[in-house]
Design a protein around this ligand. Structure first.
Ligand code: AMP
Length: 279
């Protein structure tokens, strides 16, 4: 498995692959890899001849009071996992070689990023779109795989690819969960034993919504959101948002029905967790 530390090295490799007609798949990550990430690598391997995994805690997508500094990192273990998962190459750049000190061009999506995490984390998706556009230009993939875990992010990346004509396919892979339902996340490592139990409130609130829609066909969003929030609060979680949105526009729907997406963000102690489910 190859390891590239600079954008130039990765791009030179990708240009060679493209010339040789080799199909490249890209899996962008921030590292501290878990089974969710590994499922994306497996998905990419099915769809491409060679898979590049990028591991980069992108400072531009973190707000000033967020966890950029303490975000968990374990480069050695990540490299071992990528190799075992069959990646051809890992891209491990530094912020210094990704961003010129006077970088002044950024990619901004103006609709899908207005609500949900976009409203709560100003500048977050500007950072995400910018780094992903850069990764597309460096890895030159024919296919890139993202997780449904970050539903809004995946929708915004698909929109960016459509609107800026990036010549690649975006694949969104299902959420990988712990046996008890908690969505796998690098940030789960922050949780104490008690918080780890309370964190089950997220997936349970989504199950509540799915069950209600399955039983009744449709439910007024206002009622359902109140019930979901009550469940989260009953497990000592502080609600950041609970939303029921249209899967394409990400706009709130008055009635939740099959196909509506339920999304939750909540603080478990100091740790902000997100989860979602297509009802
Ligand atoms: P991150 O390292 O958290 O930026 O995530 C990198 C990619 O892995 C994103 O496309 C995420 O949506 C995806 N991902 C994170 N957690 C999971 C999970 N539990 N299941 C599936 N994909 C995930």
């Amino acid at each position: 498995m190859l390891v590239f530390n600079t954008p130039a090295e990765l791009q030179a490799w990708s240009l060679e692959k493209r010339k040789a007609g080799v199909r490249v798949g890209l899996v962008p990550t921030m590292g501290y890899l878990h089974e969710g990430h590994l499922s994306l690598i497996a998905e990419a391997r099915k769809r491409a001849d060679e898979v590049v995994v990028s591991i980069f805690v992108n400072p531009v997508q973190f707000g000033p009071n967020e966890d950029y500094e303490k975000y968990p990192r374990d480069e050695q273990r990540d490299l071992e996992r990528c190799e075992a998962a069959g990646a051809s190459a890992v891209f491990l750049p530094t912020p210094q070689n990704m961003y010129a000190p006077d970088a002044s061009v950024f990619v901004v999506e103006e609709k899908l990023g207005q609500g949900l995490c976009g409203a709560r984390r100003p500048g977050h998706f500007r950072g995400v779109c910018t780094v992903v556009a850069k990764l597309f230009n460096l890895a030159l993939p024919q296919v890139a795989v993202f997780g449904q875990k970050d539903f809004q992010q995946a929708a915004i990346i698909k929109r960016m690819v459509r609107d800026l004509n990036f010549p690649l396919e975006i694949v969104v892979a299902p959420i990988v969960r712990e046996p008890d339902g908690l969505a796998k996340s690098s940030r789960n490592v922050y949780l104490s034993a008690e918080e780890r139990q309370n964190a089950l409130g997220l997936s349970r609130s989504l199950a509540l919504a799915a069950d209600a829609v399955a039983a009744n066909g449709s439910c007024p969003s206002q009622d359902l959101r109140a019930k979901m929030a009550a469940l989260l609060e009953s497990m000592s979680l502080r609600v950041d948002y609970v939303e029921l949105v249209d899967a394409e526009t990400l706009l709130p729907v008055p009635e939740a029905t099959a196909g509506t997406v339920a999304l939750v963000a909540a603080y478990c102690g100091n740790t902000r967790l997100i989860d979602n489910r297509i009802l």
